[in-house]
Structure formats: structure tokens, C-alpha cells
Design a protein around this ligand. Structure first.
Ligand code: SF4
Length: 286
């Protein structure tokens, strides 16, 4: 396996969190064995609600979309249409609607003219690396300034210093700077939907360089591990790195640390067969 991996801030995060999880997900493309944890589904649902509402405002789709009630109606429609709604119990879905209503009351309806990107996809090229990503929301905040926002469905740091080296936000700011060349000031921020709380920061060149350097190192380390992959080297090239994140890992059935554990399995997944596929792919790559 020598062809170049495409990269993204999430791949950097997965690689750092646990190289073995990265191997299953990003190198071998193994189907997840465990169901999505409820907090993932809840996050996807709330995220879809925000996206649906803001898209409607930006497009001027409905005359009510620009009022708070209309904004919320749009969000609820988008949530109902999302596949996660069918996988969560009704009380949890109702809870998501409540969380979104509170968040929107605090956030307010953005001005349609200020919305310049919703779930905006980019490809950033840096020293031969192709970095993909999608930004939740890009707002024009002045003649030469814009704000990049990332929705979060959990807690966020309280102080702006804590997001100074944030990988995804740093990458987003570079992508936005290249796309909207008139912007000389870029602010990035996280917005926690359930806590109706945000943290923002004006991006500096130093932050962008730090983040690009980190992402490049992650990319080269993963690419190197991939070139070494064989049945004999898999433990060294893609070690397991356990931690709290294991609870949300959807590849536990394939992980040597969880061998023999009774785990919930996604409908339709034959774990033994998938383990054989994984072993075969590793052998073929050696
Ligand atoms: S269960 Fe934990 S150690 Fe195993 S692959 Fe998943 S994240 Fe890594």
C-alpha cells in the first residue's frame, strides 16, 4: 500500500488517539462492528438541525425561516429527516429538540447576507498532502473579516487560549483564508449547542503554522506505518492505545484488547468473517 492517503483533521485526531483504530477505519475500511454510541447519534441529530435551519435562512427558503420560531421549525424538520432520529428512543429525540430550541434562542438567527458557507467542504493542498474537511458555518463579520464556527455537542473549553492550537480550527482558518482572499482577519470558534456557550479566537500565522506542522507530522507517520504494514509488524506499526475513547470505539470486536469480550454488535455484521477479511487485507499489504 504505497498510494497517498488523503488527510483530514479527523484523521489526525484518530491517528493520535489510537493508531489501531485508525488502521481499521482509515486504512482497511473495515465496517464498524459496534453500533454508534447514543451520544454520537444525538450529536449528529443536533448538528443536522443546526445545518438545516441555517441553510434555510441562507437560501431565504421560507418566509418564516428568519424568525426564531421559523428557524426552529426548519431545525426540527431537518432533525426528523436525519437517520439518527430513527435509531434513538423518542424521549432522547424530544430532548434533542429542547436542546436545540435553547441553543437557538441564545444564538439568534444569523443575517442571511452574513452566511457565506454552511457545511462548506474544502480541499487544502500543503506540501503534497491533500487535506479534506467541512466547516459547519462561515459568517462574514465585516468588510475584511470572517468567522468560522464549529458546532460541538459536548463541553468546550472556557478560555480562548485553550483553542490556540486547535487542529481542526487552524486548518479551517487556512482553507477559509485561501477561499475568501479579501479576509484579512479570521476568527475561529467552537459553539457548544447543549450548553449554549461559545469560545472564539482571532487566528494568528503562528497558530496556522503550528497546526500545519502537526498535521504534516501525523500524515507522514501514518503513511510510514502503512508502508510497513504486514502481519508481523501490525502491532508495532499500528499499536493499540487504550483510554476513555475505547468506550466509543466501533472496532472493539476486532481489537486485541477486547478479544473474548461479549460486546453489542451492529445488525448484519458477522464479526468472525470481518476479522478474516481484516487479516487477509493485512497479509496482502505486506
Ligand atoms: S478499542 Fe481502544 S485500543 Fe482498541 S482499537 Fe479501539 S480505540 Fe484502539
Amino acid at each position: 500500500m504505497t498510494d497517498a492517503l488523503t488527510w483530514s483533521p479527523s484523521r489526525s485526531r484518530r491517528w493520535r488517539e489510537c493508531p489501531r483504530q485508525f488502521l481499521f477505519n482509515d486504512v482497511l475500511g473495515a465496517p464498524p462492528a459496534q453500533p454508534d454510541p447514543p451520544h454520537f447519534l444525538r450529536g449528529s441529530l443536533i448538528h443536522a438541525g443546526m445545518e438545516g435551519a441555517i441553510r434555510a435562512v441562507a437560501a431565504g427558503k421560507h418566509r418564516h425561516a428568519r424568525t426564531l420560531a421559523g428557524f426552529l421549525d426548519e431545525a426540527n424538520d431537518a432533525m426528523r429527516a436525519h437517520p439518527a432520529a430513527a435509531q434513538l428512543p423518542e424521549p432522547t429525540v424530544a430532548d434533542c429538540h429542547r436542546v436545540l430550541a435553547d441553543a437557538m434562542a441564545g444564538l439568534g438567527v444569523p443575517m442571511p447576507a452574513s452566511i457565506i458557507g454552511v457545511e462548506w467542504k474544502f480541499v487544502l493542498r500543503h506540501n503534497g498532502i491533500m487535506i479534506n474537511g467541512a466547516i459547519d458555518l462561515v459568517l462574514r463579520t465585516g468588510p475584511a473579516s470572517l468567522r468560522v464556527l464549529d458546532w460541538k455537542s459536548g463541553k468546550i473549553p472556557e478560555r480562548s487560549e485553550a483553542i490556540e492550537g486547535h487542529t481542526a480550527l487552524g486548518i479551517y482558518s487556512i482553507a477559509a483564508m485561501r477561499a475568501w482572499r479579501w479576509a484579512s482577519a479570521i476568527e475561529v470558534g467552537l459553539y457548544s449547542i447543549p450548553h449554549d456557550q461559545s469560545v472564539n479566537l482571532i487566528v494568528t500565522r503562528a497558530m496556522q503554522e503550528l497546526v500545519l506542522d502537526r498535521v504534516s507530522r501525523d500524515y507522514h507517520a501514518a503513511q510510514h506505518a502503512r508502508a510497513l504494514l504486514s502481519p508481523e509488524s501490525v502491532d508495532e506499526a499500528f499499536p493499540t492505545r487504550s483510554g476513555d475513547h475505547c468506550g466509543s470505539c466501533r472496532f472493539r470486536s476486532y481489537c486485541p484488547l477486547f478479544g473474548g469480550s461479549a460486546l453489542p454488535v451492529r445488525p448484519g455484521v458477522d464479526v468472525e468473517k470481518e476479522r478474516e477479511h481484516i487479516a487477509r487485507k493485512i497479509t496482502l499489504s505486506g
